[in-house]
Design a binder for this molecule. Structure first.
Ligand SMILES: [Zn+2]
Length: 657
């Protein structure tokens, strides 16, 4: 059965539906548990909007009021046709609002830069007035008129110079990095103010300056976001009776943390969550990652609900069990092989909802908790989001592959095997890659101190090379990671995709001539090293278009082994000079003319550069007495109706418990 993944393209965003196959087969208790956790995930969604930008919620409510008064006429834009030019002012508002929902505010998720509403302010005002005439309600403050509201938000909606960056870790003009960042973790606070100030709640508070004094507004019941947190806690309580004992323990700790906001309670929750290693249905809910904060301290709120994908987890388990076999045969100096290797316990999961910082733009793998003290003593949980991975792969436009593949056979291979090849290498990267190898005793287990800013890219390269090397080994088929009869094709597909990616990823670097992001550096480095030192890849040009063509798969694999030997040596010995030389030569700098060519090709085809997801909808079925007898999953296939429904959820009194 073919089903729709790619729903529409809005500017450079692909809007994609993902599916929760397997939810229907869960036992009733697990479905009900998932339902309550799903409600808890939706209940906190607005926290993140507010953390991201102080005006975001008023902006969203204004936009939604206008759109609710102007429902979409016909179907959405056809997939693959790209973004149509908006024809009317409502079209233009609708397009902006979709970007706003996908990015949880007016700043781009990846670049941090603000995007603005493109219709004239007067037309926007007229649309808002017309909506009022049709009964729309706007988020005016007591005594505030609609015009005053629109005046208040005008800079946020229309002026690119107002709050241009949501997070600015290195302001070019020497400004304070908190002042230069538009997010709402701080109000009126500079880095200088923080000298000599100790935060009691570093992760879960907003810092404000009032009458010259620093005040921590703690995110907890009865304080900052107290009403939203009360809703989350209510949903979590409703989930408790359906949770197995270890999950219930973790949820109770989480509730306690939301009540007190104390770091000790957060840590107790982290520990209980890690200990609940076998939960068939699990959630992440809280103040988790700190990328949004330029200081890297405050936690952005997020929530996910997921269940284990047993079939895919089984092959990860077998891979982890075989870790000692692989370690004993790693293609590097035997001195750097670990005698005591244990594979990371990783699980493949299917998500049913991701909110806050976790969605609609989402990661494909998560490893938590972030608290290093908890990780060292109690370990961590690593999950790969199988159904998100699938949706990414299935929604990719054929034009992408056609544009960058050298032959039609390469295109066919990519379509047929791309998903399974990507999954297999990701699994090896995570389960075997990062945990493998050992370092010289003189480094005291901390090679990052010796390798400094080169460490992350080197470590990612090491894990990628482990994956590229082993995916081609019969053992990978033996543990069930790939079907033996198709392994050759799968390996070709992976090597070709890996080489192509070094070209295609240049589209993201529209400015400058160097790469900052570590994963991107690592991929450039590997491909360019192979180009320079092996006959595996050829650079070819046809009709003024550049291609990286894998011509010798054996040489590709052998090249990976040679490079891995050296990369492991660099890590094990903490050889900073060699790491630096390697990345300077192959990973950091790129040819701007080649980048310009790639950007032209991508733009001409109007290909998206990132993805926002439409999620499954859960709905309980109840009997006459109000008991839940089943939970149904459905797929809205439409961003707007889902986002409007999520926001309505926020206003509605709590429905089924
Ligand atoms: Zn990695």
């Amino acid at each position: 059965m073919s089903r729709t993944y790619l729903l529409e393209q809005v500017e450079d965003v692909a809007v994609v539906q993902y599916y929760a196959d397997g939810f229907d087969e869960l036992p009733l208790d697990q479905k009900i548990l998932a339902w309550h956790l799903y409600q808890a995930a939706l209940a906190g969604r607005d926290i993140y909007y507010d953390q991201r930008y102080a005006h975001a919620l008023d902006m969203r409510r204004t936009l939604e009021a206008i759109l609710r008064a102007n429902p979409p006429d016909s179907g959405a834009a056809e997939p693959g046709t790209g973004n149509r030019e908006p024809r009317t002012v409502i079209d233009s508002i609708r397009q902006y609002t979709k970007l706003f929902w996908i990015n949880s505010g007016p700043h781009n998720n990846l670049t941090s830069r603000k995007f603005v509403l493109k219709c004239p302010p007067a037309r926007f005002r007229a649309a808002a007035r017309a909506a009022t005439a049709r009964g729309a309600e706007f988020p005016t403050k007591p005594g505030e008129t609609l015009d005053q509201l629109l005046d208040r938000l005008e800079g946020a909606f229309f002026d690119p110079a107002v709050d241009p960056l949501v997070t600015n870790k290195a302001p070019a003009d020497g400004r304070d990095l908190l002042e230069a960042s538009a997010n709402n973790h701080y109000d009126g606070v500079t880095m200088a103010d923080l000298e000599g100030f100790t935060e009691r709640h570093p992760l879960n508070s907003r810092l404000v300056k009032r009458d010259g004094r620093l005040v921590e507004e703690v995110c907890r019941l009865g304080e900052r976001y107290g009403d939203l947190i009360a809703r989350i806690v209510g949903r979590l309580r409703a989930a408790l009776p359906y949770a197995p004992a270890p999950t219930r323990e973790a949820l109770e700790r989480l509730i306690r943390f939301y009540e007190t906001g104390e770091d000790a309670d957060r840590q107790a929750y982290d520990i209980a969550w890690v200990r609940d290693a076998d939960a068939p249905v699990d959630t992440i809910n809280g103040f988790v990652e700190n990328y949004l904060d330029a200081r890297g301290v405050k936690g952005a709120w997020e929530a996910l609900v997921y269940y284990v994908n047993e079939r895919k987890t089984e092959s990860l388990r077998r891979l982890a069990e075989a870790a000692p076999w692989f370690e004993a045969r790693m293609p590097w100096d035997p001195r750097w092989r670990r005698p005591d290797v244990v594979g990371v316990t990783a699980r493949a999961i299917d998500v049913v909802v991701e909110t806050g910082e976790a969605g609609p733009v989402t990661a494909i793998g998560i490893n938590l908790p972030n608290d290093q003290r908890v990780r060292e003593r109690y370990g961590s949980k690593s999950v790969s989001l199988a159904n998100i991975n699938e949706a990414y792969e299935k929604s990719q436009l054929p034009a992408y592959r056609q544009e960058f593949c050298w032959t039609p056979e390469e295109v066919t291979r990519a379509e047929r095997w791309g998903a399974i090849a990507g999954e297999a290498t990701t699994a090896i990267h995570e389960v075997l890659g990062h945990g493998s190898g050992r370092v010289a005793p003189s480094l005291d287990g901390q090679p990052q101190l010796a390798l400094r800013e080169q460490y992350s890219a080197l470590e990612e390269a090491r894990a990628d090379l482990v994956a590229l090397y082993w995916v081609a080994d019969p053992k990978a088929a033996e543990v069930g990671l790939v079907p033996a009869e198709h392994q050759d094709e799968i390996v070709r597909t992976e090597y070709e995709a890996y080489a192509r990616n070094a070209l295609v990823q240049l589209r993201r670097m529209r400015e400058g001539t160097t790469i900052e992001e570590d994963h991107m550096r690592n991929r450039q480095m590997i491909v360019h090293w192979l180009l320079a030192h092996t006959p595996a890849i050829e650079r070819r040009v046809r009709d003024g278009r550049t291609f990286y063509v894998v011509v010798d798969f054996t040489a590709f694999r052998e090249g990976c082994a040679r490079l891995l030997h050296e990369v492991q040596r660099i890590k094990s010995e903490g050889d900073y000079a060699a790491a630096r030389a390697l990345f300077e030569a192959y990973g950091i700098h790129f040819d701007p003319a080649l980048r310009d060519e790639i950007v032209r090709r991508v733009d001409r085809l109007n290909l998206p550069s990132y993805t926002g997801f439409v999620q499954p909808t859960l709905e309980p079925v109840t009997d006459a007495a109000g008991h839940i007898t089943d939970v149904k999953v459905s797929y809205p296939l439409d961003l707007e109706s889902q986002m409007i429904a999520y926001s309505a959820e926020r206003r509605a009194p709590s429905a089924v418990q």
